[in-house]
Write a protein that binds this ligand. Structure first.
Ligand SMILES: [Zn+2]
Length: 409
C-alpha cells in the first residue's frame, strides 16, 4: 500500500465534500454535505472489511472484530464536521488517518487480537449550533436532550429538526455505556506553530489545557472629550488598558504554558470625541495545571478590581467557561513515545492549547493523542495545511501504536 498516495488521495476526496465556493470546506452538522461525508467514510470502511454502523445521533463506527479478545476494543478516530470555511485537515485528517492505519494493519498483519474500531464523530466544533462535542459527549453518555432541544442554527433551523431530517434522533438516555472500549487514540493537526518551528513531524500530547473565559464590563462616565479635564474623567478605556498591559506582563512572567488573551474589546460610545464611558472585554486564560490557572486568574481578577477602584470605575466579572485541564493517559503516552523512539520518528512531547474530542473521552477511557505540524500554525482557515510527509509520518505513528494496542498479546 502506497501510504503517501493514499493520504493525499483521501485528504483531497474528503475535503472536497462540502468544498465552499467562498473558500475551504464548510461541512456543518446534519447538513447534506455532512451526510455525504459520513456515508462516504462508511463505504470506505466497509470496503476494507469493517462492519459499519451509526449510533442514534450519527456517530459512524467501523469495526474489525478481534480474534482473541473480541470484547476488548481499541477505538480510534476524530470528528467529521468543520467550521465555516474550514481547512482540509481539522478533524477529517483524524478520521482518514484512523481509516488508513487500520487498512494498513489489516493488509500487513490480518485480523487483530483485540477489536479495532474507527469512529467518525458527528460533531466537535459547535459551528452550526451553539453546542460543541455533540459526537464525543454522546459516546460518553454526557449529552442531554435538554442541552439541544431549544437551540437553532443561524437560519433558525432547530437542532432537533436538522437531526431528524438527516435520519438521526436522540440516543436512549437509559442505554448503558459501552464497557468494551479499552483505549482511544486520536490524531489531529496541532493548530499552532510549535512543531513546525522546532522541525518536528509528530507531537506526543501529554495533556489538554484547562481554560477559563470571562466577559468583563468596566463602567465609567462618558463625557465631552474637549471640556472634561483629565483629572475629572472616569475613562473606561484607560482602566482597560492598564488592566490589559499589567495582566499580560504578569502572564509573560509566569511563562509557558500559560496563555492570556484579551480578544474582544468594545468601548462605548466608540466615538472620537467622547471619553469612553464603558468597555466590554473578554479574557481567555489557559494552562495545563489547574492550581496555577486558578491562582493566576484569581490574582488578575483582584488586580482588576484594584485598578477599577483607583480610577473610580465599576467592574463586573462574568466567568462563563471553566474547563479543567485533562491529562492524557500515562500508559498511552508511553506507548506513543516508545513507538516514536523505536522507529526514529522525529517527535516531541507537548500539550494541546486547543480543545479536542479526546478531552471528553479521556476522563473515562485511557486516551492518547498525536499531533502533526500545521504550516505557519494556521487552522480554521482555507489555508490550513500540513506537509504531506508529516501527514504520512502521523499515519505511520498511529498505525504502529494501534499495532501495539490491538495486535500484541
Ligand atoms: Zn478538530
Amino acid at each position: 500500500m502506497d501510504l503517501t498516495k493514499e493520504v493525499a488521495e483521501n485528504v483531497k476526496w474528503l475535503s472536497n465534500i462540502g468544498a465552499d465556493p467562498t473558500g475551504g470546506t464548510t461541512r456543518l452538522l446534519y447538513s447534506d454535505f455532512w451526510l455525504e461525508a459520513q456515508n462516504g467514510v462508511k463505504q470506505r470502511l466497509s470496503d476494507i472489511g469493517m462492519v459499519t454502523s451509526f449510533d442514534a445521533i450519527g456517530n459512524l463506527f467501523g469495526r474489525l472484530e478481534g480474534s482473541k479478545y473480541p470484547t476488548e476494543t481499541i477505538l480510534t478516530g476524530s470528528h467529521i464536521d468543520t467550521v465555516v470555511n474550514g481547512g482540509k485537515l481539522d478533524g477529517q485528517f483524524g478520521v482518514i488517518s484512523s481509516y488508513l492505519a487500520v487498512k494498513y494493519l489489516k493488509e500487513q498483519y490480518g485480523t487483530p487480537l483485540r477489536s479495532l474500531e474507527v469512529i467518525s464523530m458527528a460533531e466537535e466544533e459547535g459551528s452550526r449550533f451553539p453546542f460543541a462535542f455533540w459526537g464525543s459527549k454522546n459516546l460518553m453518555g454526557l449529552a442531554k436532550k435538554e442541552d439541544v432541544s431549544e437551540i437553532a442554527d443561524f437560519n433558525g433551523v432547530k437542532f432537533v429538526d436538522a437531526m431528524r431530517n438527516a435520519g438521526f434522533d436522540f440516543k436512549d438516555e437509559e442505554e448503558t455505556l459501552r464497557k468494551d472500549i479499552k483505549a482511544f487514540l486520536e490524531i489531529h493537526i496541532e493548530q499552532g506553530n510549535v512543531l513546525e518551528l522546532e522541525n518536528k513531524s509528530v507531537g506526543v500530547v501529554t495533556s489538554i489545557v484547562g481554560q477559563k473565559r470571562y466577559t468583563m464590563i468596566l463602567k465609567g462616565q462618558a463625557n465631552h472629550a474637549g471640556t472634561t479635564p483629565m483629572k475629572y474623567r472616569k475613562d473606561a478605556i484607560y482602566g482597560f488598558s492598564k488592566i490589559c498591559s499589567q495582566s499580560i506582563d504578569k502572564a509573560r512572567l509566569v511563562g509557558e504554558p500559560l496563555v492570556l488573551t484579551f480578544g474582544k474589546v468594545e468601548p462605548k460610545p466608540n466615538t472620537v470625541n467622547v471619553v469612553p464611558g464603558e468597555v466590554l472585554f473578554t479574557m481567555d486564560c489557559r494552562h495545563t495545571d489547574q492550581n496555577i490557572l486558578n491562582d493566576f486568574t484569581a490574582e488578575i481578577e483582584e488586580d482588576m478590581h484594584q485598578i477599577a477602584d483607583e480610577l473610580g470605575l465599576e467592574l463586573t466579572v462574568d466567568l462563563w467557561m471553566d474547563e479543567t485541564p485533562i491529562p492524557m493517559d500515562k500508559k498511552m503516552i508511553e506507548v506513543i513515545k516508545n513507538v516514536a523512539e523505536k522507529e526514529g520518528i522525529n517527535y516531541r512531547m507537548m500539550h494541546s492549547g486547543a480543545g479536542h474530542d479526546s478531552q471528553i473521552i479521556a476522563p473515562q477511557i485511557p486516551t492518547g493523542m498525536i499531533f502533526v505540524p500545521s504550516i505557519d500554525g494556521i487552522s480554521h482557515n482555507p489555508a490550513e495545511d500540513t506537509k504531506l510527509e508529516d501527514l504520512v509520518e502521523g499515519v505511520k505513528t498511529m498505525a504502529l501504536v494501534l499495532y501495539e494496542l490491538a495486535y500484541v498479546d
